[in-house]
Design a protein around this ligand. Structure first.
Ligand SMILES: CC(C)(COP(=O)(O)OP(=O)(O)OC[C@H]1O[C@@H](n2cnc3c(N)ncnc32)[C@H](O)[C@@H]1OP(=O)(O)O)[C@@H](O)C(=O)NCCC(=O)NCCS
Length: 167
């Protein structure tokens, strides 16, 4: 009989010295049909070169299952007049072997506490989600984000909705 494993999803800052964690994240891949976000191998180097951009690992127990980034800049000025006190959540993914188990929804639900603890000056997180990506939208909405009703039409893969999490 199968054993039901309790799931504990935690979020952890990815620091330059976290070589083991970084190697596990860099091994993640996403298939072409899931090209709504780029995996860590593409985005970790971008954050390493940009002090405004922070990488956050999604852990299931001790296992890194995905990642996202919190950015003080990026395309934030294109979706809001108030950049101050706001972070852009971007490059969010759970790698395919770990999908469909509620991990992304739990990770999103942990974002508010994580941001409060890590960025005391921030009171709002914004993200964009592609109209053609209902699974991601569902995770964000169930994890506490709200649809602002605003559209962002410049996405790599077509129009996107702007979602907000008020802290
Ligand atoms: C989107 C993604 C993060 C979801 O990760 P996950 O761990 O599988 O998500 P969860 O298991 O927490 O939840 C997925 C939800 O979407 C639902 N879902 C899946 N496919 C769906 C679809 N085509 N339409 C509507 N809902 C869908 C699932 O039923 C589930 O909802 P439920 O819990 O109410 O049943 C993951 O598939 C991913 O990383 N995709 C590639 C990158 C990406 O799209 N990132 C988001 C960029 S904005």
């Amino acid at each position: 009989m199968g054993r039901v494993r309790p799931m504990s999803v935690t979020l952890r800052l990815v620091r330059p010295e976290d070589s083991g964690l970084r190697a596990q994240l860099m091994a993640h891949t996403l298939p072409p049909e899931q090209d709504f976000a780029r995996p860590a191998r593409d985005t970790l180097p971008l954050a390493d070169a940009d002090p405004g951009r922070t990488s956050v690992a999604i852990l299931d127990g001790d296992l890194p299952v995905g990642m996202f980034q919190l950015d003080r800049g990026g395309f934030l000025p294109e979706i809001t007049d108030r950049v101050e006190g706001t972070l852009l959540l971007r490059a969010f993914y759970v790698a395919p072997p770990f999908q469909g188990r509620g991990l992304a929804t739990r990770a999103v639900a942990a974002v508010a506490d994580f941001v409060r603890a890590t960025f005391p000056d921030v009171d709002r997180v914004l993200l964009t989600v592609n109209h053609a990506n209902p699974a991601a939208a569902r995770c964000y909405l169930r994890g506490g984000f709200a649809d602002t009703g605003q559209d962002y039409l410049v996405g790599r893969r077509g129009p996107q909705d702007v979602f907000a999490l008020q802290l």
